[in-house]
Design a protein. Sequence first.
Lengths: 186, 196
Amino acid sequence: MRPVQFNNKVKTADIPESYTGEGFMATKFDSVIGLARQNSIWPLPFATSCCGIEFMATAASHYDIARFGAERMSFSPRQCDLLMVMGTISKKMGPVLRQVYLQMAEPRWVLSVGACACSGGIFDTYSVLQGIDQIIPVDVYVPGCPPRPEAILDGFMKIQDLVGQEGLRRRNSEQYKALMGSYGIQ
Amino acid sequence: MSLSNETIQQKLTEKFGEALTEWQQPYGMLTFTAPRDLNLKILQHLFDDAELGFRFLTDLQAVHYPERKGEELAVVYHLHNLRDNVRIRMKVFAPVEKPDVYSATALYASANFMERETYDFFGVNFVGHPNLIRILNVDEMDYFPMRKEFPLEDQTRIDKDDEMFGRGGTLGFGTEKTTHGTLTEENKHNEGEKIV
């Protein structure tokens, strides 16, 4: 028994489906790149209200979103992979949010956190956007008013699954172009 | 000696006579109604008069009274005499078809944004305002949302229960079927309230 106990609970990602032999391993680019991407997501927090406070708890030490490879919050859309929209988006804020999304480079994902971002929430009123999916495509919705940090982490892990399983050609597909076209992007 | 409500009323009546009506003192705050085209003259007098000295415009906004035909929109000025710490309230009424009211921006610089807000929400046309454009709502908005004929709720929603969100339903929220604040045989669901 060594005098110092080292952390022996380190978890590693599963090896993707592959063909292995002595001294080599062959697998697909899709799964390797997906594996790398899903564990190094750079989120862009777009926090406007109370869900943003929950997000701060999610990012702080107790819940620690850094455990999922999202160590680095970025406030530059050009370098981000994931747009996390947390809070009420008013109609006047809509174009700003859309511009932030447009400034992100592909591949990009969107996580809509909380009832307001998902559907307008209780603010069923003339000044509030009734869900950000009216202006930008959304990958994962996190319900709640506000959702607990566990729910935000769950949504983030759903995004990780999407990122890890995404084929490299998806963003060039006709379906994806049609989706973007339905939002008037490109 | 501080300025009393009676002194203010007396001084204003001396100057403007019977033009000023509906003198009230709700919660001790002197309130009166003025003719629409006299609003600047009265404000100027309240500002200039050495004894009155209402030199601070606390607030300016509008109220929509659909039942007051021909004078649906009330523009309300809240004025403050900082020296004697006295507040008064002045109302002018304008028809909703042509809600022209003279702008107070030349007298009070703070009226600029407040008149823009009042225009934004009620559509009051402040004649002489230097830049009367929307200030809070999106520029594309094509109506004045605080007027009573427009429902509060966003009318583009289709996925919420109309019963709960002001788009019809059996109680007829947002339609002429409801009389605001009145309980009838049809909507007496709330226990503890009386049926009129």
